[in-house]
Ligand binder design. Structure first.
Ligand SMILES: C[S@@+](CC[C@H](N)C(=O)[O-])C[C@H]1O[C@@H](n2cnc3c(N)ncnc32)[C@H](O)[C@@H]1O
Length: 663
């Protein structure tokens, strides 16, 4: 499907998504609504969001089956469906999303089978197949008619403990659970999260052994895993499902329904940012600037890369060499260290600060204060007050989750820090009663988003997506890689499970307020945090264990000949460099010229160690810049290294280059 037809279909899907989201705000414990929205997301080509909704639905199934914390609410919601199914006054019986699941071999149903000499139970629901009508559509069904639906719901005020529909409700939850496992596993496969997809199949098969769809998805995951192994030069004999790759990718984009993303270069945005910047960098201003769109294919000879509008910081007046340009404080920090070592608010390394050691009034350790209720420490009263205003309350510390070593085993250090930063944003949003994407620390951050149309190319989408679909089978046979344009690293545990666990242990109702806590909100946060966070290590040879986002500092662009240096302690401090690299043909590094910044000059920071040779610098910043660095120094040094002594002005678009500079 292409052109207007595809566009019309997308409009219809967006409308359905909108309606289901609205219904979810009214009935947040209704697992069927989550399942229906999951199917819409799959249809739109957002498998990560589909997996997330199905995961919330499966949690609601377990609430009912295992009588957990939200048992009563989840039971009330499913009972509305049971009333209709039992009365058979709705011809379609079940909502479409739950049809076609049979639990013949399920342990959940086997206990329900009557023993030969047992009295028949008058309340026992009829065989499930009886409820499944031939009608294969939800159109004209009660599920789409809100007033009729509310009428059914009003009949669910019974005391559920003695409720005759109780067995049917549990049965519906068991059927939904299998459907959830199918939807989660298939969509994780589409994201490339093979390890988690495999595990979900196993979980589902434990509840519903022999389920055909789950067995088929497991076989596809297996195929994809073996293919990946072959692609990386390994042999099938070495294949072990426990080693399946689990890092997938999701679309990094401003979702079509995201109304929170500002037009970053508008007058209103610039006015707001400049008001903020004036407090921390009085000699500077934020401006819109055209930057080259970098790609990994760019070569040094491509001087004519396409450009896009972004933001940058510029000097409004001269700044002397060595002068402070910007001094910024932030509580959007994350620490993966022992809580007693660094300030919980600003991340300052209190224990290792030896500046005023022994001085009772001024040493960092003696000025620090500890939380009475947890082991968090703060530099001083000021940091504690900042924490109180931004993310914590006097008697609630968020401490349970935020001690990563307590909860989570060894894993990628950067991923842990991004997760902890995301949870800090969630706590800020709760404390300040804002939507997470509306917080001023988050709203204007660069997210490195890719246009939705680019992401849609190659996405597998269908409202009847099944593990037997030729597209899915072909995708698995090719190794289960999502489209190359999907650039947001995606992990089932970090993006879906842990944020929910975090909210849960923090006492937040994870089902309520889906507009604030949805998976797309978290993905948008992760995109922004990945585009702007800085990390550091406390031990030279250790992994990064501290991270922070300084929203204004993060607006500075990179250059391998920067005009500022930065120091990161309790604040981020930018200073004009004392001296700069002088570009002399054939001898770029080592020769210097005086620092200082003139009015109108852009403040250029550095995202890598600028003392390294050009190739290593480019390798370092490729991820952050989205491609090969094309700053004047890199172009110059790369050309010199390759023996190309042409003056830079002659470096025009290169016909041999595979990037878009020549097209
Ligand atoms: C931390 S942001 C810098 C601020 C950003 N320009 C903004 O609008 O917020 C990093 C992004 O800026 C862009 N960028 C920074 N330095 C660049 C450079 N020298 N050339 C091209 N793009 C650059 C890249 O898109 C990179 O992903």
């Amino acid at each position: 499907m292409a052109g207007p037809e595809a566009a019309l279909r997308m409009v219809a899907l967006l409308e359905q998504r909108h309606q289901l989201t609205h219904m979810l705000t009214l009935y947040p414990y209704d697992l069927v609504l989550y399942l229906r929205r999951a199917v819409i997301y799959t249809d739109m080509g957002y498998p990560d969001l589909a997996a997330s909704d199905a995961f919330r639905a499966v949690r609601l199934c377990y609430e009912i089956i295992d009588e957990k914390a939200y048992y009563k609410q989840a039971f009330q919601a499913i009972r509305g469906y049971a009333v209709i199914v039992d009365a058979k006054d709705e011809p379609a019986g079940l909502p479409r999303v739950m049809r076609g699941v049979t639990l013949e071999q399920s342990s959940a149903t086997s206990n329900d089978e009557p023993q030969p000499d047992e009295e028949p139970d008058p309340y026992k629901p009829k065989p499930f197949a009886d409820y499944i009508a031939d009608d294969n559509s939800d159109s004209n069904s009660v599920w789409n008619d809100e007033s009729k639906w509310n009428n059914y719901r009003s009949r669910t005020d019974s005391n559920f403990i003695d409720d005759p529909l109780f067995p049917l409700c549990v049965k519906l939850a068991s059927i939904a659970r299998t459907r959830c496992h199918q939807i989660i596993a298939l969509n994780l496969l589409l994201c490339g999260c093979l390890g988690s997809a495999y595990e979900i199949c196993e979980d589902g098969l434990e509840d519903d052994p022999g389920n055909r769809e789950l067995l088929q998805i497991k076989a596809l995951v297996d195929t994809a895993g073996r293919q990946r192994l072959r692609q990386s030069g390994g042999h099938d004999d070495d294949y072990d499902p426990a080693d399946l790759p689990d890092r997938g990718f999701a679309r990094r984009e401003v979702y079509p329904w995201n109304t929170f993303e500002p037009h970053r270069c508008s007058d209103a945005s610039l006015a707001f940012l400049n008001e903020q910047l004036a407090k921390v960098a009085p000699k500077c201003e934020v401006r819109a600037v055209q930057l080259p769109v970098l790609s990994a294919q760019h070569s040094s000879e491509c001087a004519a890369a396409p450009e896009n509008w972004q933001l940058g910081i510029f000097a409004k007046e001269p700044i002397a060499a060595g002068e402070v340009v910007l001094r910024e404080y932030s509580v959007l920090t994350a620490s993966n260290r022992n809580k007693a070592e660094a300030c919980d608010a600003c991340g300052f390394d209190i224990l290792s600060d030896t500046k005023n050691a022994g001085d009772k009034e001024n040493s960092s350790v003696d000025r620090s204060i500890s939380c009475n209720d947890c082991c968090a420490v703060y530099c001083d009263e000021e940091c504690y007050d900042q924490a109180l205003g931004a993310y914590r309350t006097r008697n609630f510390c968020w401490e349970d989750f935020a001690s990563p070593d307590k909860k989570w085993g060894p894993r990628d250090a950067n991923d842990t820090l991004y997760l902890l930063l995301a949870t800090r944003v969630l706590t800020m949003a709760e404390r300040q009663r804002h939507h997470p994407l509306e917080l001023k620390e988050v709203k204007y951050l660069w997210g490195d988003f890719v246009p939705a149309a680019t992401n849609a190319q190659g996405a597998i989408s269908s409202n009847d997506l099944s593990p037997y679909s030729p597209e899915v089978v072909a995708m698995a046979a090719a190794g289960g890689n999502p489209p190359a344009a999907w650039s947001l690293p995606f992990d089932f545990t970090d993006h879906i499970i842990k944020p929910l666990v975090f909210m849960d242990v923090s006492g937040v109702d994870i089902y309520c307020n889906p507009v604030k806590r949805d998976a797309w909100v978290l993905n948008t946060l992760f995109a922004k945090l990945r585009g702007t966070a800085s990390a550091r290590k406390s031990r030279q040879d250790g992994p990064p264990d501290m991270a922070a986002v300084y929203p204004l500092w993060s607006l500075t662009n990179h250059d391998c000949d920067p005009n500022v240096t930065w120091e990161w302690g309790d604040r981020m401090v930018l200073r004009a460099k004392e001296e700069r690299v002088k570009l002399v043909e054939g001898k770029a590094a080592g020769i210097t010229r005086p620092g200082g910044i003139v009015a109108g000059e852009e403040i250029l920071s550095h995202y890598c160690d600028v003392n390294l040779p050009v190739q290593l610098r480019r390798d370092w910043v490729r991820g952050t810049l989205g491609g090969t660095c094309m700053c004047q120094r890199c172009l110059h040094e790369a050309a010199t290294e390759q023996g190309d002594r042409k003056p830079l002005a002659e470096n025009k678009a290169n016909p041999a280059c595979t990037c878009s500079c020549y097209k």
